[in-house]
Design a protein around this ligand. Structure first.
Ligand SMILES: NC(=O)c1ccc[n+]([C@@H]2O[C@H](COP(=O)([O-])OP(=O)(O)OC[C@H]3O[C@@H](n4cnc5c(N)ncnc54)[C@H](OP(=O)(O)O)[C@@H]3O)[C@@H](O)[C@H]2O)c1
Length: 308
């Protein structure tokens, strides 16, 4: 039997690096990872020899780069199929919206749209029942107390076109707008998991939204000020021990790998799962079928436009 090949974005640090570590602990496993700077992915590169680990250039802020990455992955597969796809990379930029060269809000494109296009392109390359896991977040849900404690107020889906421009609530402070865009990108991920599960049915790949819990100390605070970055890395890991719903990158990365290998949730699609590998409820908004369909159409149209 050929070795299973997994595809993972955001594998250079934090949660993705830990998930990669667990996947590659199995000597039979091969991994293709995307990284903005493959030459600087030292920690990832040290996990396995080059015949089991390919680190290919991927900048999700560029649709051109995303498509070039997808083409390289397809070439590597050489007619084979992916055992899983993990759409994990993400950023949290807390400020007013900034547009990419493609004309989309950066948070929207890096966290959701780039992955949506990648998934569309890879659908025919997925093995039957392959898990496709999108990294979600409790911040998408306005009822999550621990997310509210940190200033998140849930995703604000104002329509795909407006969300794509980062146009959510212009009356809020710049900081709040950044947090809203992050939470909304995660709401988009959950909406898309449900949309894809309906579109592909029970015989297709299996779509899972994974909430890794609060994991202080990862690189996610890199766009914050120096003090906040320091607190995120040095204080928050201690405080988090007292916060319900908090995890660590190591713990959540292990759970992620269980999902990707199919050892956890070997069946089922359209799932929302947390780092303890329990199925958990997602926000009320995430069940809006009209929003799921609108976003799914947006993803397909964008993918079609860049593939042509
Ligand atoms: N930390 C938490 O508390 C938390 C909670 C819930 C959900 N999450 C989610 O978990 C996922 C991983 O985050 P993390 O906490 O592990 O943060 P992290 O350490 O900053 O990891 C983020 C990863 O995304 C990659 N990335 C960022 N922008 C990219 C781009 N434009 N193109 C390609 N790759 C890009 C980074 O790669 P580079 O090496 O190129 O920078 C890095 O590998 C994210 O989706 C995040 O939203 C995190």
């Amino acid at each position: 039997m050929p070795a299973p090949v997994h595809l993972l974005t955001g594998a250079t640090s934090g949660l993705g690096l830990e998930a990669a570590r667990h996947l590659l602990a199995d000597p039979a496993c091969r991994l293709i990872a995307g990284a903005r700077r493959p030459d600087r992915a030292y920690a990832l590169r040290g996990l396995a020899p080059a015949d089991r680990l390919a680190i290919l250039p991927l900048d999700l802020l560029s649709l051109e780069s995303t498509m070039a990455f997808a083409d390289l992955v397809a070439a590597r597969l050489d007619g084979g199929r992916l055992a899983s796809l993990a759409a994990n990379a993400g950023l949290q930029f807390v400020g007013l919206p900034r547009l990419t060269r493609d004309g989309y809000d950066e948070t929207f494109q890096a966290n959701w749209l780039g992955h949506a296009v990648l998934i569309e392109r890879m659908l025919p390359r997925l093995a039957p029942a392959a898990p496709v896991v999108l990294t979600a977040s409790g911040t998408h849900d306005p009822t999550k107390r621990e997310a509210r404690m940190f200033g998140f107020r849930g995703g604000l889906f104002t329509g795909a076109e407006r969300v794509a421009r980062g146009d959510l609530d212009a009356t809020a402070s710049a900081r709040q707008q950044g947090m809203d865009r992050y939470a909304t990108s995660k709401l988009c991920a959950v909406l898309q998991v449900y949309a894809l599960a309906r579109r592909c049915g029970t015989d297709g790949p299996r779509f899972i939204a994974f909430d890794p819990g609060l994991m202080p100390g990862t690189g996610l605070a890199r766009d914050r000020g120096a003090f906040e970055q320091w607190a995120w890395s040095n204080v928050m890991p201690l405080v988090a021990r007292l916060v319900p719903g908090a995890s660590t990158a190591a713990r959540s990365g292990a759970a992620y790998a269980e999902l990707l290998t199919g050892r956890a949730f070997a069946r089922g699609t359209g799932l929302h799962v947390d780092y303890t590998l329990r199925e958990i409820p997602s926000s009320r908004d995430s069940h809006r079928v009209d929003w799921q369909d609108e976003l799914d159409l947006f993803a397909r149209r964008t993918a079609q436009a860049v593939m042509n």
